[in-house]
Write a new protein. Structure first.
Length: 55
């Protein structure tokens, strides 16, 4: 059966074992290199205050 990806969806290469992280959405345990890293931009300032500062 053919492989879909050369790296099996991981970025570790030949580094051996790595830690496992828990998925925020489904709770599955996934290797750290295989997990998708999500960065969210969270505004510290209240939206109404930001609108006032822009004006």
């Amino acid at each position: 059966m053919p492989k879909k990806r050369k790296n099996r969806g991981r970025g570790k290469g030949g580094k051996g074992k790595e830690s496992i992280v828990q998925c925020d959405y489904c709770g599955a345990l996934v290797p750290r290199s295989k997990a998708k890293k999500i960065t969210r931009n969270v505004s510290i300032i209240d939206p109404q205050l930001a609108r006032e500062l822009r004006e």
